[in-house]
Unconditional design. Structure first.
Lengths: 455, 182
C-alpha cells in the first residue's frame, strides 16, 4: 500500500517536468549519501522498537489525562471533544498506579529519544530526494510525514521542557502537548498502516537472530547480529531508495550501530529513572530536577510548589487557621488541635507528579471519610477541596467518591512522624492513593462533601 | 470493476486504501487544527511544530553529519574504498579467530560514541545545564540549577575517559597479538 512504486500519477506531464527541474541544491541527486549501513533492514529494526515503545507512551499519556478527573472539568486541556479515552473513575488501587503510568510515560519517552533520532537518521536521504513526489498519493504521504516527524519532535521538546520547568515556548503546555499528541497519533497510525508490511518484509530480509547456522558459512545467511565490521556490507539496492548509491567503507557494523543507539537509550534511562525511585537511587538522576532532595529529615523530599510561590503567609497557617468542612446543610470548623484529637490513620503512599517523579512517604492524619461523616455525609458523590492559595491552577481539586472513601485517603497533618513543613502543605494537605500530586491539595482551607443530590 | 480501480491507481498514484488512510489522518489533524486555532498562541504552536522538524532536518542533522565527516577526515579515513575494499583499520572490537589478520584499532568510534552521548545529554537536559526557566524552577522546587553544568561536564569527561582507556587497552592487545603472529 505504501508509495514505494515509482508510479507517476496524473497529470504525468507536470510530474515529469518537476522531475526534470531539480533546484540547484547539492545532495538532491542522491549520490552524496555515504553510510553503508542505511537500508530497509536497519530502518525496520528502529521502526519495530518504536512500534512497541511509542504506543506505551501514548497510552500512559492518555491514562494520565484520565487520572486528572476530566468528568469534573479539571483535566487539562478542558475541552477535548471525543479525543480522549472513554470516561471512567480513576481507581485508588493499586496505590502506585499513577506513579507507574506517569513514570513510564516520562521515562520511556526519554529512553526512546535516541531511537527516534536514529530512525530519522536512517531515512533522512528521502527528505532530499528529487522529485519530492511523482503523484498526489506521494504529496499526501509526504505531508503526513511532516505531521509524524514534527509531531514526535514537538512532543519530545515540549515534554522535556516541561519536566525541567523551562517554559521557553510561551504557550500552554497542556494544550500543546495534548493536541500535539493527537496530531502525532493520527500520523503514526497512518504511517504504521501504510508501512507495516514493508517493515515486516525488511526485517525478514536480513535475519537478526533467527538463523541458527554457525558463522563462517555463506555470508548472506549469517545472522545480522553476529556480523562484525569486517563482514559488514551495504544492503542490496532497495525500492525505498534508502541504500546509498555510492557507499563508503563501513566504520561501524550494523550491530555496532544498534548497540550505540541502545547504549544511548540506557544512558538516558539510567540518568532519568532515579526521579521515580526512593533512597540513594534518587541521586542517579544527576541532570534532572528531582534527582536532588530539597533537604534532610522527615520533610526532605521533593515538592512541586513552594509555600512562597503559592503566596502562603505564615499568619494564615498559624493559630488563626481553621478547616471548614461542609456537607449538605451542615458546616463544621476545626482547628489543628481538634483535627489531631480525631482518629489518626497512617498510610505509606506515593506522591507522584505529572513531571514523572514520585516518592513514597509515610503520611498520617484524619481519614477523609471520617471528615465526611462529621457533617453527616456517609455516601459522598464527590468532594471539593480548596487551598489557602489564592491564584494558581491547582488551588482546588474535586475528588471522586472512591477517592474520598478509600481507607488510606487522608487529610494529612504529619509526614514521617513530623509535622508537615510549610512547603509540604502545613497545616494540612490531602493525600489520596494513585491521585496525581497536583490534586493532593496543600494548605487546605475548606472541604465540601457533595452527595448525589447536589452533584 | 478492475478497470476503474486501475484507472484510479494510475491517476492517484497508489491504492484506494492509501487515500482512505490519508483522509483519516488529515481529518483528525484538521479537527485538532480548528480546535487549536481558537487559542491566542496557536501561531507559536505551529511555529514550534514545524520548527521542530526543520531544526532537526536542516540544522541538527547537517551539524552532526558534518562534524562526523570532519572527524573521519582528521583521522585519515581510508577513503571511499567501495563495498568490497577492506579497511585495514578495525573500528569495532571483534572476536578473534585463528588465521584472521589482526586489525589495528581505530580511534574513530572511541571519539564518536562519547561525543554523540554528551551531545545527546546536552540536548535532553539542556534547560538545567543552561539554567533556563530559573523562576519557574525555583517556584516548583525551591532550588537553583547550579549543579547541572558541572555535572554534565563531569559525565562528559567520564565518558571520554572510559572510551579512551578502552581504546588504549585495544591498542595494547593489538600490539601483543600483532607481535605474536609475525
Amino acid at each position: 500500500m505504501g508509495v514505494t512504486d515509482r508510479q507517476t500519477g496524473f497529470p504525468q506531464r507536470w510530474w515529469r517536468a518537476l522531475e526534470r527541474h531539480p533546484p540547484p541544491v547539492p545532495g538532491l541527486t542522491g549520490d552524496r549519501w555515504r553510510s553503508p549501513l542505511r537500508g530497509p533492514w536497519l530502518t525496520a529494526v528502529y521502526g519495530a522498537v518504536l512500534l512497541v515503545g511509542l504506543p506505551l507512551v501514548i497510552i500512559t499519556g492518555l491514562l494520565d489525562y484520565a487520572a486528572y478527573g476530566p468528568q469534573f472539568g479539571q483535566a487539562l486541556p478542558r475541552e477535548v471533544g471525543w479525543l480522549r479515552l472513554p470516561p471512567f473513575d480513576w481507581p485508588t488501587r493499586p496505590s502506585w498506579l499513577f506513579r507507574v503510568t506517569q513514570g513510564l510515560h516520562v521515562t520511556l519517552g526519554i529512553i526512546l529519544i535516541p531511537v527516534v533520532l536514529a530512525k530519522l537518521w536512517s531515512v533522512i536521504p528521502k527528505l532530499f530526494i528529487w522529485p519530492p513526489a511523482r503523484s498526489l498519493a506521494q504529496v499526501l504521504e509526504r505531508l503526513s510525514l511532516l505531521l509524524l516527524v514534527g509531531g514526535i519532535l514537538f512532543e519530545i521538546a515540549t515534554g522535556l521542557l516541561n519536566i525541567q520547568y523551562a517554559y521557553l515556548f510561551g504557550f500552554d503546555f497542556y494544550t500543546a502537548h495534548y493536541f500535539g499528541a493527537w496530531v502525532f497519533i493520527a500520523a503514526f497510525v497512518a504511517h504504521v498502516t501504510l508501512k507495516l508490511p514493508r517493515m515486516v518484509s525488511a526485517l525478514r530480509s536480513r535475519p537478526a537472530l533467527r538463523d541458527r547456522r554457525l558463522p563462517g558459512q555463506h555470508e548472506s545467511l549469517r545472522a545480522e547480529l553476529r556480523t562484525p565490521l569486517a563482514a559488514t556490507r551495504p544492503e542490496p539496492p532497495d525500492p525505498d531508495d534508502l541504500v546509498a548509491i555510492a557507499p563508503g567503507a563501513p566504520t561501524m557494523s550494523r550491530r555496532g550501530a544498534i548497540a550505540v543507539v541502545g547504549g544511548l537509550s540506557l544512558l538516558l534511562g539510567a540518568l532519568t529513572i532515579g526521579q521515580t525511585l526512593d533512597g540513594g537511587w534518587r541521586r542517579t538522576a544527576l541532570l534532572l530536577p528531582r534527582g536532588r532532595q530539597p533537604g534532610t529529615g522527615p520533610n526532605g523530599f521533593p515538592i512541586n510548589r513552594t509555600a512562597a510561590a503559592a503566596g502562603i503567609e505564615p499568619d494564615e497557617t498559624g493559630q488563626r487557621w481553621r478547616l471548614t468542612v461542609r456537607g449538605g446543610n451542615r458546616m463544621v470548623t476545626l482547628d489543628r488541635p481538634r483535627l489531631l484529637a480525631m482518629g489518626q490513620h497512617t498510610a505509606r503512599l506515593p506522591i507522584s507528579c505529572v513531571e514523572g517523579w514520585s516518592t513514597r512517604q509515610t503520611w498520617s492524619g484524619v481519614r477523609l471519610r471520617d471528615l465526611a461523616a462529621l457533617v453527616g455525609v456517609d455516601d459522598p458523590a464527590s468532594a471539593q477541596v480548596r487551598s489557602l492559595e489564592k491564584a494558581g491552577l491547582f488551588n482546588q481539586a474535586i475528588l471522586q467518591a472512591n477517592q474520598v472513601l478509600d481507607a488510606d485517603s487522608l487529610l494529612a497533618l504529619r509526614v514521617n512522624g513530623a509535622d508537615l513543613s510549610a512547603d509540604h502543605g502545613f497545616p494540612a494537605r490531602v493525600i489520596v492513593p494513585a491521585l496525581p500530586g497536583v490534586h493532593c491539595t496543600k494548605w487546605v482551607a475548606e472541604i465540601t462533601f457533595r452527595t448525589g443530590a447536589d452533584g | 470493476m478492475a478497470e476503474p480501480l486501475s484507472r484510479f491507481r494510475a491517476t492517484y498514484g497508489s491504492s484506494l486504501q492509501h487515500l482512505v488512510v490519508m483522509i483519516a489522518c488529515f481529518a483528525l489533524t484538521g479537527w485538532v487544527a480548528l480546535r487549536i486555532a481558537e487559542e491566542a498562541t496557536a501561531g507559536r504552536m505551529l511555529l514550534w511544530f514545524v520548527g521542530a522538524a526543520i531544526a532537526h532536518d536542516l540544522i541538527l542533522f547537517p551539524i552532526y553529519a558534518s562534524a562526523d565527516r570532519v572527524l573521519r577526515g582528521a583521522l585519515g579515513r581510508p577513503g571511499h574504498a567501495g563495498t568490497e575494499g577492506q579497511s585495514p583499520v578495525a573500528h569495532h572490537s571483534m572476536p578473534r579467530r585463528a588465521g584472521q589478520a589482526p586489525y589495528r584499532p581505530s580511534p574513530l568510534n572511541h571519539i564518536r560514541v562519547p561525543a554523540l552521548a554528551t551531545g545527546l545529554l546536552f540536548l535532553v537536559y539542556l534547560p538545567g545545564i543552561l539554567r533556563q526557566g530559573r523562576e519557574t524552577y525555583l517556584a516548583a522546587t525551591g532550588q537553583n540549577q547550579h549543579p547541572y553544568l558541572v555535572r554534565w561536564l563531569a559525565i562528559t569527561a567520564m565518558l571520554f575517559l572510559v572510551s579512551g582507556v578502552w581504546y588504549l587497552l585495544r591498542q595494547i592487545r593489538w600490539r601483543r597479538v600483532d607481535g605474536s603472529t609475525r
